[in-house]
Design a protein around this ligand. Sequence first.
Ligand code: ZN
Length: 149
Amino acid sequence: MAILDRLPTRERLSRMGITTVDSCVLCNDYVESRNHLFADCTTATTLWKAILRLNHLTKPPMSWDSMLAWAITAWKDKSLLTSIMKIAWCTFIYTVWEERNRRIFQGRARTVEEMLSSIKEIVGAQLSNRNLNRLDSVNSLLCINWGIG
Ligand SMILES: [Zn+2]
């Protein structure tokens, strides 16, 4: 849904005349579009930067389109790093959307740190039963950072 831009973001809902409130609940500063929510919003960029840091990667901030292009071209091999990036990006999108809904419908908010721990837990759990070469120094570092048991 995020890839197709079919999520009911406030920008889309206000275009359809369903709501007049179109601001992002994560920053209250910009119109809540898909591109804003998952790529441009400070909450999203801070969270994504923290995810990259766990993988010892640094990247300049990326637009939604360049993020997608990077995912499609770079995440092809069978390395642990690539598996983590794929799961982490999906979990990141899920978590940001969940957080947005939590704030709108339940009036509750989590910090970026709390969102990050929830992402770490999901990624760690998904990879825990995998057969990994833990003697590889990159892999063993990633296992520590992500709590892959
Ligand atoms: Zn925002």
